[in-house]
Design a protein around this ligand. Structure first.
Ligand code: PBG
Length: 326
């Protein structure tokens, strides 16, 4: 009987050998932890559909920032639950709102922690859409100025990176120009360039109170069936000055992450979104999956697909698990 000459199992014989030939290392330095900022003090409101995730007042956010640094997580991304909402999303660019105050407090307490801000209107508009509404339609061009004002208010508060997630055409350019005009030409833009219209955002909309009050986001977010269109979005955003690009969601879009990675020479971020988190949490709470193993496998697959940066609600857990594994 002829034995095979090539035996892939030879390199799987021991933990040390597997470790030596491993192709992908997930590292804590790749992780970004999302936080939801709200009013008050000592406030920590659990989000039922996202066990372990909270809406937090600024003082609590500052504590989280400290924990992240201790764990080696380099960055947080902030979302806001504002005190008021209106048609124009005025609280998005209000310097006294939770996000702006959280940025300032975080930078004061932990200067080395990178603070990224999500730039969008949907958490701040009464209708829950990411842009201005006229006759039931989301307006593109008149929204750009408001997004730019929002990004500027974040930069003024001390944000290190701004991350527009609204999917209006031309917003990277509008934000870049406004930041540059006001002395913030050094602040990078991480663009949610390839953002799909996805059911995986369901739990986030509970967390941020940002569900659209009518219709859906399909007239501005991408069709999940498309990948060639991702190149168009990337080209456009890079031409407008994006420094990093994001693919979102992550798990069902690993092919898109890979395609974007091969197509660009800028850092690629992937957003392991709320629905991906909640599905794992629910299954783990039922004892149906091993949470630690499944999370590390998922995050490693995102890295393997090409993600340089991973935004994930599992960041703190993953950081602790990665330390254990060393
Ligand atoms: C705001 C925004 C959303 C998410 C990030 N920024 C929601 C949306 O577009 O509906 C989703 C994040 C998540 O699901 O974890 N536009």
């Amino acid at each position: 009987m002829e034995f095979p000459i090539v035996r892939p199992r030879r390199l799987r014989g021991s933990a040390m050998l597997r470790r030596m030939v491993r192709e992908t290392d997930l590292s804590v330095r790749n992780l970004v932890y999302p936080l939801f900022a709200t009013q008050g003090e000592n406030v920590k409101i659990p989000i039922p559909s996202m066990p372990g995730v909270f809406q937090m007042s600024v003082d609590e956010i500052v504590k989280e920032g400290g924990e992240c640094l201790k764990l080696g997580i380099p960055a947080v991304i902030l979302f806001g639950i504002p005190a008021y909402k209106d048609e124009k999303g005025s609280s998005a660019y209000d310097p006294d709102e939770a996000v702006q105050r959280a940025v300032a407090a975080l930078k004061k307490a932990h200067p080395e922690l990178l603070v990224i801000t999500d730039v969008c209107l949907c958490e701040y508009t009464s209708h829950g859409h990411c842009g201005l509404i006229v006759d039931g339609d989301v307006q593109n061009d008149s929204t750009l100025n408001l997004l730019a004002r929002t990004a500027l208010s974040h930069a003024r508060a001390g944000a290190d990176i701004v991350a527009p997630s609204d999917m209006m055409d031309g917003r990277v350019r509008a934000i870049r120009e406004t930041l540059d005009e006001h002395g913030f030409s050094h602040i990078p833009i991480m663009s949610y360039a390839v953002k799909y219209s996805s059911a995986f955002y369901g739990p986030f909309r509970d967390a941020a109170g940002s569900a659209p009050q009518f219709g859906d986001r399909r007239s501005y977010q991408m069709d999940p069936a498309n990948i060639r269109e991702a190149y168009k979005e990337i080209e456009q955003d890079l031409a407008e000055g994006a420094d990093m690009v994001m693919v979102k969601p992550a798990l069902s879009y690993l092919d898109v992450i890979r395609a974007v990675k091969e197509y660009t020479n800028v850092p690629v971020a992937a957003y392991n979104v709320s629905g991906e988190y909640s599905m794992v949490k629910a299954a783990a709470q039922n004892g149906w999956v091993d949470e630690k193993k499944i999370v590390l496998e998922m995050l490693t697959s995102m890295k393997r697909a090409g993600a340089d940066i991973i935004l994930t609600y599992f960041a703190k857990d993953a950081a602790a698990w990665l330390k254990e594994e060393q």
